[in-house]
Design a protein around this ligand. Structure first.
Ligand code: DC
Length: 237
């Protein structure tokens, strides 16, 4: 019988559209870990805010009303037959809605509200109590799991990231221009880096990766190598 391997926590942080979700998802599936997209949780709260009048599409946020309503929503991830997972709010599948530009345009404002962050960070920590988890976001290695055994900080130029997001949106049928997507990426980078509560920054013990010119396979191999190095060193200890 195979001996059970030591389980670790993997934190992958980086800018929007840096490819971190793809990396995180593929690593989780390769090593049999649970994958949690923390950005999807902020997107779900932003969608809930838009649909219930707490957030307007031009960015006015009634933070108090939104925060008061948070106990009414439960966010979860439901595995799909193709191996992906869909985000749900109170059991309703909102996966495609949370990826739309209307949500992307306001999500950074919602993610900058301290009480929203506290609530979502607590939910994220609860997902990770048993380890065996790969979570991606902005503050996973710094705030959510400061003791994660493997922390990666992914970087890539704003243009490379906007190109990726633009391609994804066009493939999904959105009528957006590259310039709109680039403007959204630059704007979100700015808010994510300058907000007071848990801004995006590299944890001092995170490993940096600039994947601008890497193929998916190269990225997968690089990440599995990092994972194996950490797990094997813990297993030897
Ligand atoms: O990764 P993403 O683009 O889906 O993230 C959506 C938004 O949520 C983005 O503006 C940053 C924010 N976010 C955050 O503040 N903290 C996280 N751990 C994950 C995402």
């Amino acid at each position: 019988m195979e001996t059970e391997r030591i389980k670790i926590t993997v934190a992958i942080d980086g800018f929007s559209s840096s490819g971190k979700s793809t990396m995180a998802r593929r690593l989780a599936s390769a090593v049999g870990y649970r994958y949690i997209d923390s950005g999807a949780m902020y997107r779900a709260v932003a969608l809930f805010g838009l649909d219930n009048g707490f957030v307007s599409s031009d960015g006015d946020v009634n933070a108090d009303a939104l925060v008061d309503a948070l106990p009414r929503i439960s966010i979860d991830f439901v595995p799909q037959p193709d191996g992906s997972q869909h985000t749900t709010i109170n059991g309703v599948d909102v996966e495609s809605q949370i990826r739309q530009l209307r949500v992307s345009n306001v999500v950074s404002l919602v993610a900058a509200i301290p009480a929203v962050r506290h609530r979502l960070v607590a939910m994220q920590q609860a997902f990770g109590v048993e380890k065996g988890i790969v979570m991606d976001g902005r503050d996973i290695g710094t705030t959510v799991f400061p003791d994660a055994e493997l922390k990666i900080y992914v970087d890539a130029s704003a243009e490379t990231r906007a190109q990726r997001r633009f391609k994804e949106l066009v493939e999904k049928g959105s009528a957006v221009t590259y310039e709109e997507v680039l403007a959204n990426v630059v704007h979100r980078d700015h808010i994510d880096q300058t907000r007071e509560e848990s801004p995006l920054r590299k944890a001092s013990d995170a490993i940096s990766l600039d994947n601008s010119s890497m193929t998916l396979d190269e990225q997968d191999r690089w990440l599995i190598d990092q994972f194996e190095r950490v797990v094997q060193s813990l297993e030897k200890a």
